[in-house]
Design a protein around this ligand. Structure first.
Ligand code: TXA
Ligand code: MG
Length: 328
């Protein structure tokens, strides 16, 4: 079954916005590539995006907003961000900034990081959809993981199935490569992914960019999310737990949960992997308390979204470099 493709009339944009508000996924055109959009404030919707893409890992997603004013509600804005937004927004530039305290965007959208990527796309259909939706829209490129990014509505329908409620057909994308990703959370602004806004044009505004680890290397960007240390809670993590000690916090899964833990949170009492993905980062954070010795995690089935969940859990449980150990 392929998703329904419609023209971006005012009625259909209103319908798409209502679908996103209700937690469904809508594919929409941007000037770079088509995005697979869902409510960025909903853990469930964001988990649905990962499921629809068949992503083996939770890479952090971009939260799409209509303009800088909307972005500032979610991230700690800076002078450099302001300069870049004034020059490139709306347009093919994504800025990685610290999440604001109380940021309403799902932690899953940030893949558990303290940072959030924000972008204001210039495509008129994207602009209309974002304004009608009235909340940030998480949107990776609208292709299955491993497939080429889609630049037409037909590309989207060719690789994504009925998980997508609607595809807004805005014609072929003008830019055709993804947005440039610049990290403003490091000491120096760092180019994480080359894209629609050129390095030269960015450097003309803010000076020399540092280059992220994967620039020039074949394959995908090494987002900070792919570095093990970024996923380490301060408490040690023990995997495949079949029972729990009274000094442990238990991250449970499914209906059969051993008793005895100091505190237990269940990723999904029904054993639903999408629900577990939606809860993963928030529950890991909630269990990362000074009054427990370690976090014990029950086994998660290693299929579907379970692959991405287990990837993250293995990183959380990996031995820490000595400098990483946090006390208390
Ligand atoms: O042009 C685009 O950016 C398209 C359209 C739909 O807007 N979107 C897109 O999303 O390409 P996606 O998920 O395919 O790529 C997002 C990139 C990834 O390389 C991801 O690692 C990086 O942005 N990213 C997102 N959040 C990040 C964060 N907090 N820190 C570092 N990198 C981040
Ligand atoms: Mg992509």
């Amino acid at each position: 079954m392929t998703p329904e493709i419609v023209l971006p009339t005012a009625d259909n944009i209103a319908r798409a916005a209502a679908l996103i508000q209700a937690g469904a996924l809508v594919a929409f055109p941007t000037e770079t590539v088509y995005g697979l959009g869902g409510d960025a404030t909903s853990d469930r919707a964001v988990a649905g995006i990962f499921a629809a893409k068949g992503r083996p890992q939770f890479n952090p997603l971009i939260a799409h907003v209509p303009d800088a004013a909307a972005a500032r509600a979610h991230v700690a804005w800076s002078e450099t961000a302001e300069l870049l937004a004034q020059r490139f927004w709306p347009g093919p530039l994504t800025l990685v900034l610290p999440r604001r305290a109380g940021c309403a965007v799902s932690l899953l959208c940030s893949a558990g990081l303290d940072t959030l990527a924000v972008r204001a796309p210039s495509h008129p259909v994207a602009q209309a959809l974002l304004r009608a939706t009235g909340r940030p829209v998480a949107a990776p490129s609208a292709n299955r993981s491993g497939a080429v990014s889609p630049t037409t509505a037909a590309h989207v329908a060719a690789t994504l199935g009925p998980d997508v409620a609607l595809v807004l057909d805005g014609g072929p994308c003008a830019v055709g490569v993804e947005s440039t990703v610049v990290d403003l959370t490091a000491g120096r602004p760092t180019l994480l992914r080359p894209g629609g806004a050129t390095r030269e044009a960015i450097e003309a505004v803010i000076g020399a960019l540092a280059l992220g680890p994967a620039i020039g290397a074949p394959g995908a960007l090494h987002a900070p999310g792919q570095l093990e240390s970024h996923y380490a809670p301060s408490r040690p993590v023990r995997l495949d737990a079949e029972r729990a000690g009274s000094d442990e916090g238990l991250l449970a899964f499914g209906p059969a949960v051993p008793g005895g833990a100091a505190v237990t949170l269940n990723l999904s009492p029904q054993g639903d992997l999408a629900e577990a993905a939606a809860n993963l980062f928030a529950m890991l954070r909630a269990l990362d308390r000074p009054d427990i010795a370690r976090i014990a995690v029950m086994a998660i089935p290693d299929h579907g979204l379970g692959l991405a969940i287990n990837d993250r859990l293995r990183r959380a449980a990996a031995p820490r470099p000595p400098g990483m150990l946090k006390l208390g």
